[in-house]
Design a protein around this ligand. Sequence first.
Ligand SMILES: NC(=O)C1=CN([C@@H]2O[C@H](COP(=O)(O)OP(=O)(O)OC[C@H]3O[C@@H](n4cnc5c(N)ncnc54)[C@H](OP(=O)(O)O)[C@@H]3O)[C@@H](O)[C@H]2O)C=CC1
Ligand SMILES: CC(C)CCC[C@@H](C)[C@H]1CC[C@H]2C3=C(CC[C@]12C)[C@@]1(C)CCC(=O)C[C@@H]1CC3
Length: 345
Amino acid sequence: MATRVRPSNKRCAVIGGSGFLGRHLVEKLLDRGYSVSVFDIRQSYELSGVTFHQGDLCDKQALLPAMKDVSLVFHCASPAPASDDRRLFERVNIQGTRTVIQACIEAGVQKLVLTSSASVVFEGTDIKNGREDLPYAKKPIDYYTETKIEQEKLVLEACDKEKGFLTVAIRPHGIFGPRDPQLVPILVDTARRGKMKFIIGDGTNLVDFTFVENVVYGHILAAERLRSDSPICGKPYHITNDEPVRFWDFMSEVLVGLGYAAPRYHLPYALVYGLALLLWLLALILRPLVSFKPTFTPMRVALAGTHHYYSCDRAKQDLGYKPVVSLKDGIARTVQSYPHLRQGA
Ligand SMILES: NC(=O)C1=CN([C@@H]2O[C@H](COP(=O)(O)OP(=O)(O)OC[C@H]3O[C@@H](n4cnc5c(N)ncnc54)[C@H](OP(=O)(O)O)[C@@H]3O)[C@@H](O)[C@H]2O)C=CC1
Ligand SMILES: CC(C)CCC[C@@H](C)[C@H]1CC[C@H]2C3=C(CC[C@]12C)[C@@]1(C)CCC(=O)C[C@@H]1CC3
């Protein structure tokens, strides 16, 4: 009878490892002596110590080779939140995550770490220092978040100490850093089109923005602390910079760092939200005839005009988490990493 190779605890797989967070995670895992197999729908780089497997995570047969002899899997793949494609979110984030769980169990993987999102509890109204025991949003802000909720439930419910399959979910919020494809590029694009002049509301709302290396650190701590005798099995953890900041101060610092003017004029929140809703409806109705994507979607307006920051006390206590890069340094490193997005470049 063929003996089964015992998976090395320094061999792991990163699903979504070609993406923004995934690639930072892969780089840190290599630094810490892991060998990594990446599974992603695209291959965006080459790196020694990394084996790439290209495929759709909804396809179990494609996933299995990436999990061979692997004891630990990170799942940080998702379609981009900006997409409005409900069926795609359902297929990848819900059905695909079921497939990932089945593949893990079949391949003998012992630990699964999911990248969820703090937004699973956000309904577009203020959250101040929200803890993990807040209920899931009954009215999530968009399809993306709706499917992130189902995805998190699936992964946490799959945790089974008896069977030796352990799971945990990391809930980051507003990830930023070098190579981020959405926050800074969208901000700069909005500024270049002259639309970044206005502050929505009074500008005092506090929000978490989390430097990508802190998010990576939270994932690795969770993976390394995930044992059948640890309190973290089957639980979600907020990972933030633990420095809530005024949304508009953060945006202004990034904009000014890149040579653009900071927004100055205030507009009432209700007015902008109403207009964004109207535009969104119009875009929906006209979709068969013309396709346009409004910059200020109701989701973005809600994120820009309300308080939403989260306590990471549970991560501090159970994981020994503490941010490794301050917000100030994170912003400086991010701004430096985008020379091509500077004003006049
Ligand atoms: N960015 C943020 O602020 C936050 C992100 N998150 C979560 O963090 C995770 C990583 O996000 P981020 O790095 O920003 O996103 P990215 O889009 O940069 O990375 C996701 C990766 O997954 C890939 N992917 C998408 N669909 C599939 C599929 N069917 N099969 C295999 N791979 C697929 C993407 O490919 P392609 O690009 O071709 O689609 C991409 O390479 C996600 O789960 C997201 O929900 C949570 C909170 C905040
Ligand atoms: C046009 C402007 C008013 C604002 C531009 C910045 C936004 C693109 C970002 C500000 C907060 C970000 C955020 C996310 C995406 C990018 C922002 C809207 C997420 C929705 C990404 C996915 C998540 O899971 C939650 C994030 C919350 C914060």
